[in-house]
Ligand binder design. Structure first.
Ligand code: 2HA
Ligand code: ZN
Length: 272
């Protein structure tokens, strides 16, 4: 058995390929991470090398100590993951303190985890805490239509949430807590990681203005589905705006009726 043949790795590769085919991952754009379950870590027994050196993460995530993550490589093209997994993705283990990581599989030839590893790990840390360990996935994609909207709509969570909800009836059911917005920031460091993870306390979708989208989910399928749903909604909005704007829409009261029937809680702050 090879690591590439384990179900969770095959699933990660499939999702990566699907995201590439969506057009969200030009060149080395975007990066994914998956917090491996204890059962899956057992399957890695004998297939990984624990003797590598630790490297500082750059942020502190104590509640992720000793966890294993499957993660995209820095500078790696998501398009190439399916062609050569060992060169383009890897498994990183976090140390006792939650301050360093080491590569135990993949990312061969001195490759490193994504430059957004601090944002991924701080978001994982928050999500592990607020979901009682349920959420295991963080995806970052360069979602074309969401990015386009960040040049046109006010960079305000209330506006983005409401506009995206209105573009497809299922949206408020798929992301009932809404979407958070990070204003333009330099990517790749601790500052944007902190800002993103703060918003992850409330939201499963966090938009980086003029850059892309971060989502969190319980599984790779659910996180991918969330990215796809939000981005499709943004695509509809771009089309609607291009046709001169809305002539009719779903109203605040329509959303309240939907919430009742679908048993979701929609915060009133979005139903202005
Ligand atoms: O991996 O997407 O945000 C390249 C990026 C940085
Ligand atoms: Zn990016």
């Amino acid at each position: 058995m090879k690591v590439e043949e384990l179900d969770f790795v095959k699933n990660y590769i499939r999702i990566t390929q699907d995201a590439w085919l969506k057009g969200w991952h030009e060149r080395n754009g975007g990066n994914f991470s998956y917090r491996i379950t204890d059962e899956e870590v057992k399957e890695l027994n004998g297939l990984i090398n624990e003797n590598s050196e630790y490297t500082p993460i750059g942020v502190s995530v104590p509640n992720l100590s000793n966890e294993y993550f499957l993660v995209t490589g820095s500078g790696k093209f998501l398009r190439n993951v399916i062609l050569d997994p060992e060169a383009n993705i890897g498994i990183a283990k976090i140390d006792e303190k939650g301050e360093n990581y080491k590569i135990v599989w993949g990312l061969i030839n001195e490759a490193r985890p994504t430059s957004e590893f601090p944002s991924h790990l701080m978001s994982h840390s928050v999500k592990k805490e607020v979901t009682g360990g349920k959420n295991r996935v963080i995806l970052h994609s360069h979602t074309t239509n969401i990015i386009a909207l960040t040049f046109v709509l006010p960079l305000d969570s209330k506006v983005f949430t409401r506009e995206l909800w209105e573009m497809a009836t299922e949206c408020p059911v798929v992301f009932p807590s809404g979407v958070g917005i990070v204003p333009w920031m330099v990517p790749g460091g601790a500052a944007i990681a902190k800002e993103t993870s703060n918003l992850m306390k409330e939201f499963d979708v966090v938009i980086w203005a003029h850059h892309g989208t971060f989502v969190s989910g319980e599984s790779l399928d659910l996180a991918f589905g969330l990215m796809d749903t939000a981005e499709k909604s943004a695509e509809i909005l771009v089309k609607v705006l291009s046709m001169g704007g809305k002539r009719q829409t779903i109203t605040a009261n329509n959303f309240r009726e939907l919430a009742k029937d679908f048993k979701v809680e929609l915060p009133e702050k979005f139903l202005y």
